[in-house]
Design a protein around this ligand. Structure first.
Ligand SMILES: *Cc1c(COP(=O)(O)O)cnc(C)c1O
Length: 368
């Protein structure tokens, strides 16, 4: 048996450690997962209730066109239903874009570090990857423009960026769009948009009419608290969406996810509450870092990158022993940093205490 040569030796996606596994391995009663940027407050109670309803007919195929959630999203963000492409998470929309547009005669441009799935899927399709390092922690859009040539098909702008939490502002985004050739797709991945509070964050929906080469990605996995359901979508001009639709697997979003997403979308108050609580907790993490003289990147998401000055892997193990699953910065291009999801107020109180203990232990082990 022979897989494509570019897949040989490729690492599968490494998810954050599952909580139950950590509990078992370390004999801990309580474990907090602050690794995958899930909503620490969970989904809206309305979404949870909708799941109970949707689960009653497991034998019936889902609506492949996702008509109800399609209309709900269209109304919510003010576009036509035909402008939406649904996926089993926005991960699947990324996969579909790569499958539809990339091969070994093309290239794709992205930041580094950024969300891993752009590169992962592009490599599978055999495309050349052109990575442009972040500049002062932010997408270097000018540098990315320079990498575009006649073989470029997709440029990825993760906004706000994962793993840094930083964002591209409206002025920079607009200047970028004006210069990207019209036959090159710009993907604005807005997985964390519900958490954004910056006033100069671009309202990309307003640019869709002007740019046939713009696609926006959104997800129900983060602020909406439906990560386990696997549903997200892309928004673009109708013509682009139609040309991509043949790549979509027939029943790619399931009934339970569709119902849960409709209910979640209808509870804007809940999202607003989560955004406010999240901002408060981010502020707390920032204040702690300032007090301790730790560098951090200001975040527009529900996670933060913090420079502990200790190997990210060492901090990962040390925090794990205290019941906190975070992300080491080592695999994210920030070796002595950690990425932590902003938890609830209670979780963050315990987390900051654990972090303090770990940092003290490190200091002593270095001196001793
Ligand atoms: C989490 C995340 C996604 C994908 O989420 P899905 O669960 O597949 O919808 C996409 N982009 C970024 C930047 C993310 O952080």
């Amino acid at each position: 048996m022979k897989v494509k040569s570019q897949i040989i030796g490729m690492e599968p996606y490494k998810p954050g450690k599952p909580m139950e596994e950590v509990k078992r391995e370390l004999g801990l009663k309580e474990v907090h997962k602050l690794a995958s940027n899930e909503n620490p407050y969970g989904a809206s109670p309305k979404a949870k209730a909708a799941v109970q309803q949707a689960v009653l007919y497991p034998e019936i195929y889902p609506d492949g066109y996702a008509a109800d959630i399609r209309q709900a999203v269209a109304d919510h963000i003010g576009v036509k239903a035909s402008q939406l492409l649904f996926g089993a998470g926005s991960d699947e929309v990324i996969l579909m874009l790569c499958r539809a547009m990339l091969n070994n005669e093309t290239n794709t441009v992205m930041a580094s570090p950024t969300f891993s799935q752009y590169k992962h899927n592009a490599v599978i399709e055999g495309a050349e990857i052109r990575e442009v390092p972040l500049k002062d922690g932010v997408h270097d859009l000018e540098g990315m423009l320079e990498q575009i040539d006649e073989n470029t098909r997709i440029v990825w702008v993760c906004n706000p960026n994962n793993p840094t939490g930083t964002y591209v502002n409206d002025e920079a985004f607009q200047a970028f769009m004006r210069q990207v050739p019209e036959n090159v797709l710009v993907v604005s991945d807005e997985a964390y948009i519900e958490y954004v509070t910056a006033q100069d964050y671009p309202n990309t929906l307003a640019y869709l009419n002007e740019y046939p080469n713009l696609m926006i990605l959104r997800t129900f996995s983060k602020a909406y608290g439906l990560a386990s359901m696997r549903i997200g979508y892309g928004v673009a001009q109708e013509k682009l969406v139609q040309s991509l639709d043949p790549v979509r697997p027939p029943f790619n979003t399931n009934t339970i996810a569709q119902y849960a997403a409709i209910a979640a979308l209808g509870d804007e108050e809940y999202i607003e509450e989560c955004r406010i609580k999240n901002r408060k907790e981010l502020d707390r993490l920032e204040r702690y870092c300032e007090k301790k003289g730790l560098s951090y990147l200001p975040s527009q998401t529900n996670f933060m990158l913090i420079q502990t000055g200790v190997s990210g892997d060492v901090m990962f193990d040390a925090l794990l022993k205290k019941g906190f699953i975070i992300r080491s910065g080592e695999a994210l291009g920030y070796p002595d940093w950690i990425r932590v999801t902003a938890g609830t107020s209670e979780q963050n109180t315990c987390f900051l205490q654990a972090l303090e203990e770990c940092l003290d232990e490190q200091k002593h082990s270095v001196k001793g």
